[in-house]
Design a protein around this ligand. Structure first.
Ligand SMILES: Nc1nc2c(ncn2[C@@H]2O[C@H](COP(=O)(O)OP(=O)(O)O)[C@@H](O)[C@H]2O)c(=O)[nH]1
Ligand SMILES: Nc1ncnc2c1ncn2[C@@H]1O[C@H](COP(=O)(O)OP(=O)(O)O)[C@@H](O)[C@H]1O
Length: 191
């Protein structure tokens, strides 16, 4: 008996400033569509109290991260707010080969690398209603030190200026409306 090789799955890149609501949107999206795969990144950032190894991130040392870069194990990587973040290449390519739609939640420099190395990916940018609301969400989340919040806000304006590079832009004001916009962006047919 032969098994047909599945059609390759789609790669979806989701980017937006820290605190805009990417994690919140993706958690709800996955509840509605458990068949979607979320890539788990490696990072040198220390875990937050609620985060779980292997689910939220693979938490690694700087030495281990540099070894992953040297061994070509990362599809893309970047430094953000004083820490390294990167996407493990092999698990991602395996999921795509199995026909899964895979979502990468990554920052701008990484999204640009994926555009170069994997041009078929669909790129979505999540915008805040305003910078003041972004700051409010970061503070309200209560997960980061003042220094970490300041670094994230400093990065936000550069990232927002790059939103037009993306295929789709969604303003995360009303969460339910943003979720519907995200579903439309992910599930609409490839042009
Ligand atoms: N380039 C890249 N960025 C990543 C990766 N994983 C997470 N990020 C981004 O790194 C930034 C900081 O993430 P994190 O420390 O979890 O903070 P948060 O976004 O404020 O919850 C966010 O913009 C993430 O989208 C990755 O594998 N590669
Ligand atoms: N549409 C929204 N309206 C109001 N608050 C939101 C909305 N989306 C997310 N948030 C809140 O904003 C904060 C940051 O969201 P989070 O998902 O952690 O952002 P990110 O993953 O982009 O850093 C959280 O406290 C979250 O509950």
């Amino acid at each position: 008996m032969t098994t047909a090789t599945p059609q390759p799955g789609q790669l979806i890149v989701i980017t937006g400033p820290s605190g805009v609501g990417k994690g919140t949107l993706l958690r709800q999206l996955r509840q509605r569509h458990p068949e979607l795969a979320l890539s788990v990144s490696a990072t040198t950032r220390p875990p937050r109290p609620t985060e779980i190894e292997g689910i939220d991130y693979y938490f690694v040392s700087v030495e281990d991260f540099q070894a992953m870069i040297a061994a070509g194990k990362l599809l893309e990587w970047a430094e953000f707010a004083g820490h390294y973040y990167g996407t493990p290449r092999d698990p991602l390519l395996q999921l795509i080969a199995q026909g899964k739609t895979v979502i990468l939640e990554i920052e701008l420099q990484g999204a640009r690398q994926v555009r170069q190395s994997y041009p078929q990916a669909r790129h979505i940018f999540i915008l805040p209603p305003s910078l003041a609301e972004l700051e409010h969400r970061l503070r309200n989340r209560g997960q980061d030190s003042e220094e970490a919040i300041a670094r994230r806000l400093a990065q936000a304006e550069t990232e927002i200026a790059a939103a037009p590079e993306f295929d789709v832009q969604i303003v995360n004001d009303d969460l339910e409306k943003s979720l519907i916009a995200l579903e439309t962006a992910i599930f609409s047919p490839v042009p």
